[in-house]
Design a protein around this ligand. Structure first.
Ligand code: GLC
Length: 672
């Protein structure tokens, strides 16, 4: 039987003072704590030292223990094996790399292990599903909390090095790519990236959003943003440096369950913060002594008070990237990490009023974090959602407790993929179809399901759409198609195979064809075209930062470069990425690594653009690294999953089914 151990330490001072929590009957952090274990050394979300901040060394560690196999082996679980419908998912085993994916790394790594002070086998815990408890997120822990704390240590001896957690050290880098010479710009970028590292209790945990020494009013740009850290993390991982990424994943995991409120309302536990800050606070009654605290922002301070829906999705995507690149799968298998994934998914998969499989969100809940008319079902969130679901599918440990979750993931993936491919895709042919749509159709097999009035086709699109190629539109709602081209969503549709191979190719064709509109002097436009005049006034609320061709409204964001590079490598068109990098390289360093560029062709540094913006720097470095090592890049993207396509979740789409399921109805032949 697979069993789990969850061990916590909580020390708030360098003196390692522990917090003892008495449990009555509690369900915290997704775990049901049995009455028999009333006392445990643990730090859980509701038991913080002081509300709103997170102090040094509070960490919950968990790991999976298989009594037969011990720590070492990972069980190959059939993650596709559960599905609500009767369709046959078949096995899709994960390729397991015990240790390091690239052989050359093995020998030299210094390693981290969790040293368990007690005999963990004697204290191992089992996971059981609750009888009559249909919620898949609950995990029942038996008898395992009353153990001594876990200590994280760097081990030195050869013997201890046989343990398997990896920490890629910098010295490995040059041996991995011996012939490669860094350009002066790259050297500068690395220096700046390292300069942006934020430490917490002496360990690196992230990078600040921007580090312009001349900036007197950094607002929240001196914080570690979850989404901004992703390219930094990848640059470090691709450079053989895993520690900062692991720390980041674990510390943000702890922030996830923070008690958070906006005017007495609390969002769901799975919400990840948009950003966090490390503050140094003085210790009560100890003048001159300070400690580090983590201070997260879930949107309660953010301009517009927007909940960052994308943060949790990025966290999952990064967790998988960490495993794939380092070969350290033990992180994703830990109980606390698994619980983190469950909580995020619980929020995303919760039942609501939705008629669509897409996630319903407020405006500005992603990279575009202020009002830009992207409320509803914006493509960016859907593409990240799909990517995160696919990553979760490969990471969620399958057992009786999680089988419903796995089924929910599979069903949603299948429905979401169908929905986006079918209804978000536009090309010359589809626009012509919409142009001739009949409206006000009342029936289950209407052609124009969303009652789109052809008059909605904007005049710019009529001339802009190329003969070949196409893209996914920005948003779809009843009687509303947002025809703007949003870059991030389209790129992640490629990376995650949300789009079909043909569609994905079509997107790159369109970008190539519309190079002057989407790349021009700086890759890449965040969206195209810009809103202006009345549209700008109504949709942005007259936002002076989002004026036409500036910032989120058609500005050019160099950080999109790494995502473009990844998409190009996946579609076997690296030359396109190389071309874009060459364009960026001409200016980024001399312009001091701006956050974004303005004007229709990206000629000016953005009006309010920060300089030395970290994700611009990291995005550039990551693009270079990916191009240099496409094999590593391939670990980050997801190929077409044919099982997903075959599965019709509602069971009505089969040959003998009633013709109620849209998916059985005839559809545009070009789509799937
Ligand atoms: C802006 C961007 C957002 C980014 C943040 C920090 O608010 O819109 O995407 O995360 O700056 O760089």
């Amino acid at each position: 039987m697979v069993s789990y151990s969850c061990i916590g330490i909580s020390t708030v001072r360098p003196s390692c003072r522990r917090i003892l929590i008495s449990y009555k009957r509690s369900s915290v952090f997704g775990f049901q704590i049995p009455i028999s274990n009333r006392s445990a050394v643990i730090n859980l979300s509701k038991s913080r030292v002081s509300p709103g901040i997170h102090t040094c060394n509070s960490i919950v560690l968990g790991f999976r223990v298989d009594p037969k196999l011990g720590f070492r082996d990972v069980i190959d679980l059939n993650r596709n094996g559960f599905c609500c419908s009767a369709s046959n998912w078949g096995r899709q085993p994960r390729v397991l790399l015990n240790g390091c994916p690239v052989g050359v790394y093995d020998r030299r790594f210094s390693r981290l292990v969790f040293k368990v002070a007690s005999d963990y086998r004697n204290h191992s815990t089992s996971v059981e599903s609750h009888v009559n408890d249909t919620s898949w997120e609950r995990i029942y822990i038996q008898g395992g909390l009353n153990v001594k704390p876990v200590v994280i240590e760097k081990l030195k001896s050869k013997e201890e090095n046989e343990d398997k957690l990896l920490d890629y050290s910098r010295s490995d880098v040059n041996t991995e790519f011996p012939d490669r010479k860094e350009s002066e710009i790259e050297k500068e970028a690395w220096e700046l990236l390292r300069g942006s590292i934020v430490n917490y209790c002496g360990s690196p945990v992230g990078t600040i959003a921007a580090a312009d020494p001349a900036d007197k009013l950094p607002l929240n740009y001196d914080q570690v943003f979850i989404r901004d850290f992703v390219p930094s993390a990848l640059a470090f991982l691709l450079n053989g440096e895993g520690e900062i990424v692991k720390n980041f994943l674990l510390h943000t995991l702890q922030l996830q369950s923070w008690e958070k409120t906006v005017d007495c309302h609390s969002p769901g536990q799975g919400l990840m913060p948009a950003s966090f800050k490390v503050r140094s606070v003085s210790l009560d009654g100890r003048p001159g002594e300070f400690e580090d605290v983590l201070d997260p922002d879930f949107g309660e301070s953010a301009i517009g008070r927007v909940a960052p829906v994308d943060s949790g999705l990025w966290w999952i995507i990064l967790l998988r990237a960490y495993g794939k690149i380092t070969g350290d799968y033990t992180l994703q298998e830990r109980v606390d990490v698994q619980t983190g994934i469950h909580l995020i998914l619980k929020l995303c998969l919760a039942d609501g009023f939705d008629m669509f499989p897409t996630l319903l969100v407020t405006d500005g809940s992603c990279m575009i974090d202020r009002r830009m008319g992207i409320h509803g079902h914006p493509l960016e969130i859907q593409a990240l959602f799909y990517s995160a679901l696919r990553c979760s599918q490969k990471m969620v440990t399958v057992n009786d407790t999680t089988k419903d979750l796995v089924a929910a993931i599979n069903n949603r993936l299948s429905a979401l993929c169908f929905h986006i491919r079918e209804y978000y895709w536009v090309d010359m042919k589809k626009i012509n179809e919409i142009y001739r749509y009949k409206t006000e159709e009342y029936s289950t097999d209407a052609i124009n399901k969303f009652n789109i009035y052809p008059e909605q086709i904007p005049s710019w699109l009529v001339d802009w759409i190329p003969e070949s190629g196409g893209y996914f539109i920005g948003n779809l709602q009843p009687a509303h198609m947002d025809f703007r081209f949003f870059t991030l969503g389209n790129l992640w549709s490629i990376v995650s195979s949300l789009g079909s191979p043909k569609q994905n190719d079509g997107i790159l064709n369109l970008i190539e064809e519309k190079w002057d509109d989407l790349v021009a002097n700086m890759p890449l436009k965040i969206c195209y075209p810009a809103l202006d005049n009345e549209e700008w006034r109504i949709i942005t609320g007259s936002d002076p930062k989002n004026t036409p061709w500036s910032y989120h409204n058609g500005g050019s964001w160099p950080t999109l470069l790494w995502q473009f590079t990844l998409a190009c490598i996946k579609m076997k068109r690296p030359e396109l990425a190389r071309k874009a990098i060459t364009v960026a390289e001409k200016r980024l360093s001399s312009d001091k690594w701006p956050e974004y560029y303005d004007t229709r062709y990206g000629r000016f540094i953005g009006k309010q653009s920060r300089l030395y913006q970290t994700w611009t720097i990291a995005g550039f470095l990551t693009s270079k690294k990916l191009l240099e090592n496409p094999e590593m890049a391939s670990k980050l993207f997801l190929e077409e999953d044919y099982q997903l396509l075959e599965n019709c979740v509602c069971g009505l789409g089969g040959k003998n089914g009633r013709k109620k399921c849209s998916r059985a109805a005839p559809r545009s032949h070009h789509v799937i």
